[in-house]
Design a protein around this ligand. Structure first.
Ligand SMILES: N[C@@H](CCC(=O)N[C@@H](CS)C(=O)NCC(=O)O)C(=O)O
Length: 208
């Protein structure tokens, strides 16, 4: 049996559909509709204790034993280990993959995610401070990424799972009100990534 992907049509869900497509792994999708609070279903919480998508069940996990995994970064590293793709074996080449993957998890996700939230707050007084704060920080993060991509083609040099993680969020740049024209190196990388057939398939998979 193949891998089951539990996901919804969000940045964190799309990271994994694009990685599965790029790695040419067979999988089936189990939509977890977070608009209907399906992430709190006790059966789902058994595999994703923080009640968030994405999660996977690999029925042919280590030593042929089924395994479930939550947290998109853990899933990406697992899939990279499993396939030997987009995750270098050598420690020195792996370090930048880990750095940029952790950069995404600690920053470029939690911060633009706050913009997605506060932009919808109707009361101007409630919205102003938080939206300004998180929008400014989001722009700063794009600046960090732009400077990195001025020196390398992909975040870790070679294409890696870190690019999939970051692309999931960059895909929503309009929603967090970022004009990619201000970040030419991010823009170049973004369009190159989005043009990849595997990435295109990953975004086309029905997740809602
Ligand atoms: N750090 C987690 C974040 C997962 C996450 O925030 N998922 C969102 C969708 S993008 C979710 O499930 N939200 C539902 C909720 O917060 O109740 C990961 O990378 O997997």
């Amino acid at each position: 049996m193949s891998i089951e992907l539990f996901a919804f049509d969000t940045p964190n869900g799309r990271k994994i559909s694009m990685a599965l497509e790029e790695m040419a792994l067979p999988y089936s999708v189990r939509i977890v509709d977070i608009r209907k609070d399906e992430q709190f279903d006790p059966e789902f919480v058994k595999i994703s204790p923080n009640a968030k998508i994405p999660a996977i069940v690999d029925h042919e996990g280590p030593e042929g034993t089924p395994v479930s995994i939550f947290e998109s970064g853990a899933i990406l590293l697992y899939l990279g280990e499993k396939t030997g793709k987009f995750l270098p074996r050598s420690l020195s080449a792996r370090i930048p993959v880990l750095e940029w993957l952790m950069f995404q998890h600690g920053n470029f996700g939690p911060i633009p995610g706050q913009v997605h939230h506060f932009v919808r707050v109707e009361n101007e007084d409630d919205r102003r401070y938080s939206l300004e704060r998180f929008s400014r920080e989001t722009l700063r993060l794009y600046g960090v990424m732009d400077r990195r991509l001025a020196t390398v083609e992909f975040f870790a040099g070679e294409l890696s799972v870190a690019d999939f993680a970051i692309l999931g969020w960059a895909w929503r740049h309009e929603r967090h009100r970022v004009d990619l024209n201000q970040f030419p190196h991010v823009k170049r990388w973004y369009h190159a990534m989005m043009a990849r057939p595997g990435v295109t398939r990953g975004f086309a998979v029905k997740l809602s």
